[in-house]
Write a protein that binds this ligand. Structure first.
Ligand SMILES: [Zn+2]
Length: 281
């Protein structure tokens, strides 16, 4: 089901098979691993999901130029998921668009999260780079062409959907932060993904049995947030170990700390590993 990179280089196109490629699998404070950011690739289409503060170096490690990236999907506003977005966006505007004549970066995002991402995180570094004679500052739309998912349902949890050039993605709310939030609906916006009706990505989430049950039957594989020690806003390995064996067998763990080798996970599909191609044929 997955192969190591034959030559250490990753490509943004393939033969049309659904593929996941993690440029990092570490948690926010990982120092030897890069943060959990990944590509979805299918044919000529790629989507970069999250781009944290280690993203620029993680891209370089697999030979991808930031200006090669066309499509971005952010799951939430923590630094290990969007800390590199300003880098990515400025490079795409001032090199990709201006010099290389590429189209603007596309961003898959709904209106609610766009407003949060721009006004609470990105504006400070991106709004003032150019100001017109009329005093107009740059806006979200100057940097990105937006691809809007549509609302699929609000029950049992808010879920959005998009078919992006043949990659179908359900984008569902999860219960990540703050530590005392008790449901996805009351938590601050954080999303997980269900890709092509086959692959579930939990996103950053507390252990949430209702979420796992929602996708366990339909998912061929689950990539799940896994903190190796107890954590108030992330599912812990010990919580995940309590899952039924058939679910654990198809569950890869991601978003883990640098000491992962001290925690064998033979009861799971394994650790998702950065630099390996996961190909679902
Ligand atoms: Zn987070």
């Amino acid at each position: 089901m997955y192969i190591k990179l034959p030559d250490g280089k990753f490509r943004l196109t393939n033969d049309g098979t659904l593929e996941l490629f993690f440029i990092g699998t570490g948690f926010a404070f990982a120092r030897t691993l890069f943060q959990t950011n990944f590509f979805i690739v299918k044919g000529d289409t790629h989507i970069l999901v999250d781009f944290g503060s280690t993203g620029p170096n993680a891209l370089a490690a697999v030979g991808i130029e930031p200006t090669d990236i066309s499509v971005f999907l952010p799951t939430h506003s923590h630094c290990d998921h969007i800390g590199g977005v300003e880098f990515l966006s400025l490079l795409n505007r001032y090199v990709g668009v201006s010099v290389l004549k590429k189209p603007k970066l596309r961003m898959i995002i709904n209106e609610e999260y766009q407003d949060i991402l721009w006004n609470m995180s990105l504006r400070g570094g991106m709004e003032f780079n150019e100001v017109s004679a009329y005093g107009n500052r740059l806006t979200f739309d100057d940097y990105y062409d937006v691809a809007r998912p549509t609302l699929k349902t609000t029950s049992p949890r808010e879920t959005w959907e998009i078919d992006f050039n043949g990659i179908k993605i359900e984008i569902f709310r999860v219960n990540h932060i703050p530590g005392n939030s008790t449901s996805a609906g009351t938590a601050f916006i954080t999303y997980g993904l269900f890709i092509d009706n086959r692959i579930m990505i939990s996103g950053d989430t507390k252990f949430d049995m209702s979420l796992i049950e929602l996708y366990a039957d339909r998912a061929e594989y689950i990539f799940h947030d896994a903190s190796l020690s107890p954590n108030p806003v992330h599912a812990s390995l010990s919580e995940l170990r309590g899952l039924p064996a058939d679910i654990k067998k198809k569950m890869f763990l991601m978003h883990y700390s640098d000491d992962w080798r001290n925690f064998p996970v033979d009861d799971f599909a394994g650790y998702a590993r950065q630099g390996e191609r996961y190909i679902f044929d």
